[in-house]
Design a protein around this ligand. Structure first.
Ligand code: ADP
Ligand code: MG
Length: 158
């Protein structure tokens, strides 16, 4: 597992980091993003979605747990589970529309909930450093396991 930490000095830099991270993602991948309110989770997703070809405005989901956007070659899912404080009491089917083949999912998560979402490719943690500075830690767990993809797609892998 690779870990990388960077400081960003404004929202634009956090968007750029999101875009950079998006470059390594493939369909089926899930990115878990942790951090306090206002730490820049949605900002990072915005940059990533843009890099994946999403042209619609990326905004915080308010009346649902998530949004889905059409990207260049995948659907980009953006889930905000911050207020749910984890998934213990939620119906797993709630997530089915957002995760899986043909999709790359970004999931905003509270800072203190651990482990309820298995199989994340990247885990990103943002924290406030005063003013417009944020500390961003990126854990890369490597490519998504095969179970993220449909059986028909597994044959082409070596
Ligand atoms: P979250 O989704 O974690 O609640 P948002 O991305 O919605 O956070 O909001 C972050 C806010 O902080 C935005 O208003 C953004 O402009 C501001 N901001 C200031 N500096 C940064 C930075 N370095 N990275 C990200 N956002 C920043
Ligand atoms: Mg947010």
């Amino acid at each position: 597992m690779a870990v990388r930490s960077v400081q960003t000095n404004g929202p634009g830099e956090t968007e750029s980091l999101g875009a950079q991270l998006a470059g390594a993602l493939r369909e089926g991948d899930v990115v878990l993003i942790r951090g306090e309110l206002g730490s820049g989770k949605t900002t990072l997703v915005r940059g990533a979605a843009r890099a994946l070809g999403v042209s619609d405005p990326v905004t915080s989901p308010t009346f649902s747990i998530g949004h889905r956007y059409g990207g260049a070659s995948v659907t980009v899912s953006h889930l905000d589970l911050y207020r749910l404080a984890g998934l213990q009491d939620e119906d797993p089917a709630l997530l089915a529309d957002y995760l899986g083949p043909g999709r790359i999912a970004f999931v905003e998560w509270p800072p203190d909930a651990e482990g309820e979402l298995d199989g994340a490719r990247l885990r990103v943690t943002l924290s406030h450093q005063g003013g417009d500075r944020r500390w961003v830690e990126v854990h890369d767990d490597g490519p998504a396991p095969e179970n993220h993809r449909s059986p028909s797609e597994n044959g082409g892998e070596s």
